[in-house]
Design a binder for this molecule. Structure first.
Ligand SMILES: Nc1ncnc2c1ncn2[C@@H]1O[C@H](COP(=O)(O)OP(=O)(O)OP(=O)(O)O)[C@@H](O)[C@H]1O
Ligand SMILES: [Mg+2]
Length: 223
C-alpha cells in the first residue's frame, strides 16, 4: 500500500541505457516510498544502479518507464520549467566531489543558490554557517578547508533554499574516517531537525544510522 503523504514515491521505475547495440537495464522495476522525516540509505555493489536511481529521484533524468512522484506531483506530467523549479525548490543535492566554486568564500558558496531564487535574506546563510559549524571559516576559500569542511559547506549550500528533502550520492566517499564520522553526525543532527534524507552510501556505519535501507543488485531491489 502506498501512502499519499510520501515525499518521494517511485512506482515500477525502469531506466534502460542504450549503449550501441546493447541495452543496459540500470534500474529494473523499482518501487518504494519515503515518508517525511525519514532517512533512507540506498546500498548495493558497484554498478547496481544506485546513482541512476538517485538521478531519477532528483528529477535529473527521466525513467524509461514507471512513475516518479515528488511531494504529490507526478514528475512526467511536468513541463521542463516546472521540473527545474521542483529541483531547485524541493530538492537539495550533495555529491562525493563537493562541487564548490574555488574562487568564492565559504559564505558565498553557501549563498550561491539564493542568486537564482526570490529569497533575499542573508540570515539563512548565517544560520547555516552556524548549523554546520563553519561560522569561523566563513571567509575562507575551499582550498583552505579540509575535505570534511568542504562537504559541510556543500551540505549547507544544499539546504539554503529549505528543500523538502536532501539527496546525497556517496557523501563520505572522498573522506577519511574522522571526517566521515563528522559528516555522519551532521546528517543525524539534520534528521533530528526533521529533514528527510535519501543517501547512497558504501559506508556501513552510515547505512546503519539510517531508518531503512534499500539494497539494489543489478538494478533490482533485493531487500
Ligand atoms: N550514462 C550511462 N550510459 C550507459 N550506461 C550507464 C550510464 N550510467 C550508468 N550506466 C550503467 O548503468 C549501470 C548502473 O550504474 P550506476 O552508476 O547507477 O551504478 P552505481 O550503483 O551508482 O555504482 P557505483 O557504486 O560504482 O557508483 C552500470 O552498469 C553502468 O555501467
Ligand atoms: Mg554511483
Amino acid at each position: 500500500m502506498i501512502g499519499q503523504g510520501s515525499i518521494v514515491r517511485a512506482e515500477n521505475l525502469r531506466k534502460i541505457y542504450r549503449r550501441g547495440a546493447e541495452d543496459v537495464v540500470a534500474v529494473d522495476n523499482v518501487s518504494f516510498e519515503v515518508a517525511p522525516g525519514e532517512f533512507l540509505a540506498i546500498v548495493g555493489p558497484s554498478g547496481a544502479g544506485k546513482s541512476t536511481l538517485l538521478q531519477l529521484i532528483g528529477v535529473m533524468d527521466n525513467p524509461t518507464s514507471g512513475k516518479m512522484s515528488i511531494a504529490g506531483s507526478e514528475v512526467s506530467g511536468l513541463s521542463d520549467a516546472a521540473r527545474t523549479r521542483l529541483r531547485r525548490e524541493t530538492i537539495g543535492f550533495v555529491f562525493q566531489h563537493f562541487g564548490l566554486l574555488p574562487t568564492l568564500t565559504v559564505a558565498e558558496n553557501i549563498g550561491l543558490p539564493l542568486l537564482l531564487s526570490r529569497e533575499r535574506s542573508r540570515d539563512r546563510v548565517e544560520f547555516l554557517l552556524e548549523r554546520v559549524g563553519l561560522a569561523h571559516r566563513r571567509n575562507h576559500r575551499p582550498a583552505e578547508l579540509s575535505g570534511g569542511e568542504m562537504q559541510r559547506v556543500a551540505i549547507a549550500r544544499a539546504l539554503v533554499n529549505q528543500p523538502r528533502f536532501l539527496l546525497a550520492d556517496e557523501p563520505t566517499g572522498n573522506l577519511d574516517s574522522v571526517n566521515s564520522a563528522a559528516i555522519l553526525r551532521l546528517f543525524q543532527e539534520l534528521r533530528q531537525d526533521g529533514l528527510t534524507i535519501i543517501a547512497v552510501t558504501h559506508n556501513e556505519e552510515f547505512a546503519r544510522s539510517a531508518d531503512r535501507r534499500l539494497t539494489l543488485r543489478d538494478g533490482k531491489v533485493v531487500s
